[in-house]
Ligand binder design. Structure first.
Ligand code: A2P
Length: 336
């Protein structure tokens, strides 16, 4: 009998937390106890896990007694407040928020990129930002062979990345549009339906947003390379699930489009969908509900001798968050 683990989920009712439950089921994670934790609003309600109803508990400082692993996805401020209590209670926390990602001593991990860092943890392992995950899964195999020096990326990010209230806001705005009612917004500063917002997270003094700077800082931390340059523009689009990204990279060693395609065809976590003649390319609708990052439109950049352009898409609630966290847990329990 393999050991069974007692798992807590902070934010179990949320857009990512609810998928964490599904991924634990799908991947048959050895769960002895599942403890869903959320706000007082959800306390006492029931969730289904492996066909059985489990009661949601209110998240408090005392929620973690006896837990082996906590998956945290209730927001950065909630993680800052409660994760230290989970660690103190003896759990290992895989934190999906930005709360601890850049702290020295906290490994930041994508299993396809730097799985070995998992075992350096001191109680907390951080799950990267969803856009960084979708970008680095396909770029790591190219980096290993040709050393990426610079990345220019524009993201096309789904509203579910903001949380369940944003999903409802987009649905409501579409209904309001169709019925000719005034379009209301609360979650975003402007209407998101039939619009595009060049603004994710808060603006910094350098003109970039926090989301854009995460893509630089997290890439450097996971590749253990402070010389790599990343310039990101993060865009919110009226898509429910799956982030897409336009990537331009410059490599030390020249890579042809065909070499890149071959590397990606054998890369873990990647599916090459690159047949423009037959109109086959990655699209968010096709990537939603599964775990691979699709890569296509792979071409040599006509503006740079060592440049390559590609287009990627992946389900940011799954591989960009919940699946990545559960994969980390799987490696953690398997051991080195
Ligand atoms: P609840 O559903 O009870 O509000 P999302 O990312 O989809 O917005 O979800 C956020 C998650 O974080 C939900 O599970 C939500 O629970 C939880 N959450 C939000 N605020 C708190 C809080 N103060 N304490 C505990 N959980 C919280």
């Amino acid at each position: 009998m393999p050991k069974q683990y007692r798992i807590g989920i902070m934010g179990a009712t949320g857009a990512v937390g609810s998928i964490m439950l599904r991924i634990l089921e799908e991947r048959d994670f050895p769960v002895a106890e599942l403890r869903p934790l959320a706000s007082v609003r959800s306390a006492g309600k029931l969730l289904k896990f492996r066909g059985e109803e489990v009661k949601i508990r209110e998240l408090t400082e005392d929620s973690f007694k006896g837990l082996d692993i906590v998956l945290a996805s209730a927001g950065a401020s909630i993680s800052k407040k409660y994760v230290p209590h989970a660690v103190e209670a003896g759990a290992t926390v895989i934190d999906n928020t930005s709360a601890f990602r850049m702290e020295p001593g906290v490994p930041l991990v994508i299993p396809e990129v730097n799985a070995e860092d998992i075992f350096k943890h001191k109680g907390i392992i951080a799950n990267p930002n969803c856009s960084t995950i979708i970008m680095l899964v396909p770029l790591k195999p190219l980096h290993d062979v040709a050393r990426i020096q610079r990345i220019v990326v524009s993201t096309y990010q789904a509203v579910s990345g903001t949380g369940s209230q944003a999903i409802t806001e987009l649905e409501d705005q579409v209904k309001q549009f169709v019925s000719g009612e005034p379009i209301k917004h609360e979650v975003y500063p402007y209407q998101i339906a039939f619009n595009v917002l060049p603004h994710i997270d808060t603006f910094q003094d350098n003109g970039y947003t926090r989301e854009e700077m995460k893509m630089l800082n997290e890439t450097r931390k996971m590749l253990h390379d402070d010389s790599i340059q990343v310039s990101a523009t993060a865009i919110r689009v009226p898509v429910f699930t799956s982030h897409s990204e336009s990537l331009q990279i410059e490599t030390e060693k020249k890579l042809t489009a065909q070499q890149a395609r071959e590397l990606l065809e054998s890369a873990p976590g990647v599916k090459v969908v690159d047949d423009p003649a037959n109109l086959k390319y990655p699209m968010p609708l096709d990537t939603s509900g599964q775990d691979l990052v699709f890569a296509g439109r792979i071409r040599e950049d006509i503006s740079h001798a060592h440049g390559l352009a590609l287009w990627v898409a992946g389900d940011q609630l799954r591989k960009g968050a919940a699946t990545n966290a559960v994969q980390i847990a799987e490696i953690l329990i398997r051991g080195k």
